[in-house]
Design a protein around this ligand. Sequence first.
Ligand code: SAM
Length: 358
Amino acid sequence: MDSKQRVHMNQGHGETSYARNSSIQSAQQNRMKPLIEAAIVGLCSNPNTLLSGKMAIADLGCSSGPNALALVSIAVEATHNHFLRFQQPPPEVCVLLNDLPDNDFNMVVKRLVVLQQTNEPVCVTGVVPGSFYERLFPSGSLHLVCSSSSLQWLSKAPEDLVANHICAYDIDEHVRRERLPVVAAAYGRQFSKDFTRFLKLRAKELVPEGQMVLSLVGRRSDDLATENSHVWRTAAQILGAMASEGMIDKAKLDSFYIPVYGPSAKELRVIIEEEGSFSITEMQAHDYASGMDRALLTPNRIANTLRAIFEPIIVQHFGEIMDEFVRTGEKHLNLQRSSRVEGTKHPIVMVLVSLTKA
Ligand SMILES: C[S@@+](CC[C@H](N)C(=O)[O-])C[C@H]1O[C@@H](n2cnc3c(N)ncnc32)[C@H](O)[C@@H]1O
């Protein structure tokens, strides 16, 4: 595997871009609205947090396209409404958007200018390229941090697997099952390390009693050894089917790691409590698919969403295979759909958590 995976969503506005294939994630962002509004009311009603009459809001892992500004827009509107209700002048608001340096920030910047021009309390906007597993902002400078569908991305593939050449996925089901506890535990350890670091860094950057509202893709089950509940399984199954049909080299598949891990809500709670910088105001786990427009969940839509998310790291490792990836993905998802038992709960959940800096 290439030593550094180039994580970013598909750029631009074309047919395969993240901008055109992120309605599923947009539906997940909508679930965060009440939590962001509650965090803003908490901040605005707390005389300690807005002492200076300024408020800084950041979205980490904003990506590109319409979703990039969705969370900060909810926060700005909630701030505006709060001060309007009490007929007080709003604070100066600074909106900052972060993603990795390879993210397509072009349209994001243009949309930020529109946000600034059309929202009275927004005074300053900016993009902050860099990893959210590193320091991004000055200490004590942020009031609210939001992030949607991003923190399941690890800083890197699990070191223990890469160093020991342990394959994350094998096309032989028996081998895969046998190895799953080792693979899942290595992913879990990497996540715990990364998320703990994320909490420590944000605790430095937030003001006292600052807030975070985060959502990430997670597992329903606390049992690590249930293959179905791993968030990278669909992409891995598609690549596995491609290796079985000779479209990609099996040896290449053996050295490929998707640097993504979905924790259960309980696992996330334990990490937050052990790290200790934040108290949990609210935690929710929603069935990934419930309440979502069924038209968003067709095999074609899901395969294209996976393409928009994983194309850069897949192409970096396997070369130009994405048209076959989507075709195989549709076939695989159609088969999966016809064999699904009616009424069974989706193994993937969206974990939402609202945190206050202790
Ligand atoms: C699935 S997208 C989610 C985008 C958007 N927040 C949404 O809800 O649609 C995940 C984003 O997280 C970004 N990301 C992954 N790891 C990151 C890191 N270490 N630091 C900053 N951004 C990261 C990716 O580049 C990508 O844009």
